[in-house]
Design a protein around this ligand. Sequence first.
Ligand SMILES: [Zn+2]
Length: 273
Amino acid sequence: MAQPKRFLFFGAHPDDADSLFGGTAIKLARAGHVVKLVSVCNGDCGHHLMRRAELAARRYLETQAAAAVAGIAEYQVLDNHDCEIECNLENRKEIIRIIRRFQPDVVISHRAVDYHADHRNTGQLVMDAAYLVGVPRFCEDTPIPPRAPVFAYSYDRFTDPRPIRADAAVEIDSVMDVKLAMLNCHVSQYYEWLPFDKGFKDFNHLTMTAEQKRDWLLTHWGVRFQTAADLGRDTLVKTYGDKGKTVKYAEIFEFSPYGRPMPADEFRVLFEP
Ligand SMILES: [Zn+2]
């Protein structure tokens, strides 16, 4: 293969990358590209029963299990408390150092429009890094990579001020089972906190079969990637031809104008192995 590409995803929490980029990451990793996932928070507020330190430790193990399932090189979790991510200088420098050290071709994160303050601020921090990552007198302790990365935003469902644009759309039907296996590693979230948060009072994953868990994940979270496929239908057809018409699940990405410029046709296939 040609030179492997390097992909760096910043999610706010230790399951966002899996959910928003997991399928694409699996395909890229299988093809020999280098994928690194980062959670900017340690996940220590994402539970109704567990204490914070214990939860952060558990969620770290969940990320490592998910990375192993997906064959992803590295899943880093930064030690910031949940619900407390701020767009401050310290965090800006930390994000820039991670980008410079990893030397990615592509950096992906949330848009800065989202329901969760941590998602918004993570998106803002990464957007702030897009230009500053190449400024030589900023963070002088970490050398600037030879080539500036392209920046992109991952799927969200928010429409104010406008819905996300599917500048690239990756079919994930072919790896959906592995993506679900990644989500299945985040037991504290998909089987404990999220059912509680959504009001499923008698939910008990301990009595569920593997098949029932798969159905639960598909019904409640898989549906987002059906919506993403529909949003990105035109792009799927451009990318995969007629096969794009029948893709059920997709992950979509919007080009960010703040990083390295790239022609639209090139960006459309950037995430293809
Ligand atoms: Zn999150």
